[in-house]
Design a protein around this ligand. Structure first.
Ligand SMILES: [Zn+2]
Ligand SMILES: [Zn+2]
Ligand SMILES: [Zn+2]
Ligand SMILES: [Zn+2]
Ligand SMILES: [Zn+2]
Length: 240
């Protein structure tokens, strides 16, 4: 699947990016299936930024319809999903009372993640309980931030918090091909387990900690498009 895009002088082809990247279309981090320069220029665009739909429905309301835009009044507003600034390409709704803005990539989050470890995680408009990473329910007083929440409602992670974990680990070099990303993320787990521990001190429940770890792993796998999700598979996945 090839496309031409005004942002680059070569054709772009839809394939797996060999590393995380910053998408010049929306200025956000990208992973996995993306539009990549067919001439090996190290140029990447999110799938949703390369070939956007003109109009989309807001996932949590039938009444709200968003239109794809390049610049304009939505720039410098906040993304409804991740709470980060809108800098370039984005979706903006036509509602009069409250304007919603979204990064194209944030539209692409799966609604329900493939069940694993006995957990099914669903994308929700707000966290059902305190996010296990940042320990708050809302990202800020203005933006609650979308979250993946387990069916039972006990385990929540903001999408942006898991993105941040991925981003931090990337900067620490875990995507450089030398180390296994899933070993790196495993080293990150104890920290989140500790946070979880503070939340559930009264319970001292091993099972809860196990599920908190599992929830993070499921979301991590979905956001990095690593559906294989097991240690060792990651390297070959990212170099495909
Ligand atoms: Zn993008
Ligand atoms: Zn190129
Ligand atoms: Zn709207
Ligand atoms: Zn966003
Ligand atoms: Zn959070």
């Amino acid at each position: 699947m090839k496309i031409s895009h005004s942002s680059h002088h070569h054709e772009l082809v839809l394939k797996y990016a060999i590393c995380p990247y910053y998408c010049p279309g929306c200025d956000q981090l990208g992973f996995g299936l993306s539009y990549v320069c067919s001439n090996d220029c190290n140029f990447f665009l999110h799938k949703q930024c390369g070939k956007p739909e003109t109009q989309i429905r807001y996932p949590f309301s039938d009444k709200c319809v968003l239109t794809f835009r390049n610049g304009g009044s939505g720039v410098d507003s906040t993304c409804d999903a991740c709470g980060k600034k809108i800098k370039g390409l984005h979706y903006r709704c036509t509602c009069t009372f409250r304007k919603r803005n979204l990064h194209p990539n944030c539209i692409g989050y799966e609604r329900t993640l493939e069940p694993a470890y006995g957990l099914t995680m669903h994308l929700q408009k707000t966290a059902a309980s305190k996010c296990l990473h940042c320990q708050t329910k809302d990202l800020s007083h203005r933006v609650p931030g979308w979250a993946y929440v387990s069916s039972c409602g006990t385990y929540s992670y903001h999408v942006s918090c898991v993105n941040e974990i991925i981003n931090t680990n990337w900067k620490n070099g875990f995507f450089n091909g030398k180390s296994d990303p899933f070993l790196a993320i495993k080293q990150k787990f104890p920290e989140d387990k500790d946070r979880m521990h503070h939340l559930v001190v009264a319970q001292k429940n091993k099972k809860i900690k196990k599920y908190a770890t599992a929830a993070l792993k499921i979301i991590f796998n979905a956001l990095t498009h690593n559906h294989l999700g097991h240690v060792g598979a990651a390297q070959s996945f990212f170099s495909r």
